[in-house]
Write a protein that binds this ligand. Structure first.
Ligand SMILES: Cc1cc2nc3c(=O)[nH]c(=O)nc-3n(C[C@H](O)[C@H](O)[C@H](O)COP(=O)(O)OP(=O)(O)OC[C@H]3O[C@@H](n4cnc5c(N)ncnc54)[C@H](O)[C@@H]3O)c2cc1C
Length: 394
């Protein structure tokens, strides 16, 4: 760990359990799961048994009540072993569990959280649609009030754990605002209301159940206040993006460690390739970016733990960590030469998986937009609008 955040004994014990789980129960199967493009349901049950399915959620709802720093360290550790599983677990924690925990009624929390935090249920989070990706305000899925519940109709795209989830948090429009924009509300929906359309086969994160879903008159219950769905979603994304940053750091670290060892061991021209400056410089850039990415990620998680709003810091962590991860994984492949490009090693998988981190939970371009808004607002007025012209010294 780069930043020495104070962790409780319970958190340290938890991280040891995560490391053992990742090493013994995940890493040996990662290549096979990636090849088969499926994760066994039992692996989520086991993740639940060690406390990974409700890391930050309060203990009274079966969660671990742990810090966001601990959760980020756990996702990083699991991300080193198999990124697709770590991504599913990160999304479950930060998005579906996170949104119910923060905005649900006491009754909803009592009813749904214990089964999600124990790992009995998997949660999914559905915002993206065919015509609404970065532009979240443009969603077309509609919800209509019907006696004591709501009926939802529409299509959702790229939903992590979409077909396998037992419960979904779904964003849908419930009318128009005074300004003529979509009024967006959040809903809780059970699996039996969802029509799975298909698994979307992806470049990386192949074992993750990325799905297209249809809702036809699907029964759902309102989550939080009507019309606050977009604000809720953006607020849970502040934590979600820290999870993606931690995941990117995990993938990058696994890839870097392999490349570093390989540079010491692989010999060409009578030397370890690590003796060549060209290879050293690739390793140096990777080591430096990895460290910076981890610092930004843990800093954002730490600020969340202090109760701060981290929209800018989360976006910075996600942007820097994901773009660094892609560069680091690309350099690792280069250092491995043809072996890195082959499917005999997980080096090519790391690169494929890292790429998702630049897209999911908001693309790099969207992170830049978010950061730009904050940075520009923070600008201080200049004391001297114009400098007096000076004659140069001759
Ligand atoms: C594996 C995977 C898992 C996912 N899981 C989930 C999930 O669980 N739940 C969920 O709701 N969604 C999920 N998503 C969807 C993901 O969040 C979106 O793909 C992402 O937000 C981008 O939306 P889009 O794909 O529609 O791209 P678009 O929004 O169409 O963007 C296309 C390109 O245009 C750029 N662009 C768009 N608008 C702007 C702008 N204003 N300025 C500059 N550039 C811009 C983008 O950066 C991008 O390069 C997942 C996606 C993937 C691939």
């Amino acid at each position: 760990m780069i930043l020495e955040h104070p962790l409780t004994d319970d958190e340290r014990a938890f991280l040891e359990r995560v490391a053992t789980f990742a090493r013994d129960q995940v890493m040996p199967h990662a290549d096979q799961w990636d090849h088969d493009e499926i994760l066994p349901r039992e692996i989520f049950t086991r993740a639940g048994e060690i406390g990974m399915m409700g890391m930050v959620a309060p203990k009274e709802f079966g969660g671990g009540g742990m810090s966001n720093v601990t959760a980020a360290l756990a996702i990083k550790e699991l991300g080193k072993a198999y990124a697709a599983l770590a991504m599913d677990i990160a999304a479950h924690n930060a998005l579906s569990v996170g949104q119910i925990n923060r905005f649900g009624s006491d009754e909803q929390k009592q009813k749904y959280l214990p089964r999600l935090t124990s790992g009995e249920w998997i949660g999914a989070w559905a915002l993206t649609e065919p015509n609404a990706g970065s532009d979240t305000g443009g969603i077309e899925t509609k919800a209509n009030a019907h006696e004591d519940h709501w009926h939802v109709d529409g299509l959702k795209k790229f939903i992590t754990s979409g077909r396998t989830a037992d419960l979904l948090v779904v964003m849908a429009t419930t009318g128009r605002t005074d300004k003529g924009k979509n009024e967006i509300s959040a809903f809780i929906m059970m699996k039996d209301q969802v029509t799975p359309v298909r698994k979307i086969h992806t470049y990386g994160m192949r074992a993750s159940d990325t799905a297209e879903l249809r809702f036809e008159n699907a029964k759902a219950e309102l989550l939080g206040e009507r019309g606050r769905g977009r604000e809720q979603a953006l607020s849970v994304l502040d934590r979600g993006r820290i999870g993606i940053a931690a995941l990117a750091v995990g993938i990058a670290e696994a890839s870097f460690e392999r490349a570093n060892s390989y540079a010491n061991e692989r010999k060409q021209f009578g030397h370890a390739i690590g003796d060549f400056q060209a290879v050293q410089w690739m390793l140096v850039d990777s080591a430096m970016e990895l460290e910076a990415a981890e610092v930004l990620t843990m800093h954002a998680a730490y600020l969340q733990d202090q109760g701060e709003t981290t929209t800018k810091e989360s976006a910075m962590a996600k942007l820097f960590a994901s773009e660094s991860a892609v560069k680091i994984c690309d350099r690792s492949m280069q250092i491995h030469g043809g072996y890195g490009y082959s499917r005999d090693l997980p080096v090519e998988r790391y690169l494929r998986d890292a790429k998702l981190c630049e897209i999911g939970e908001g693309t790099s371009q969207v992170q830049r937009l978010v950061i730009a808004r904050h940075v520009l607002k923070e600008a201080k007025p200049l004391k001297l609008a114009h400098r007096e012209p000076r004659e140069p010294n001759r």
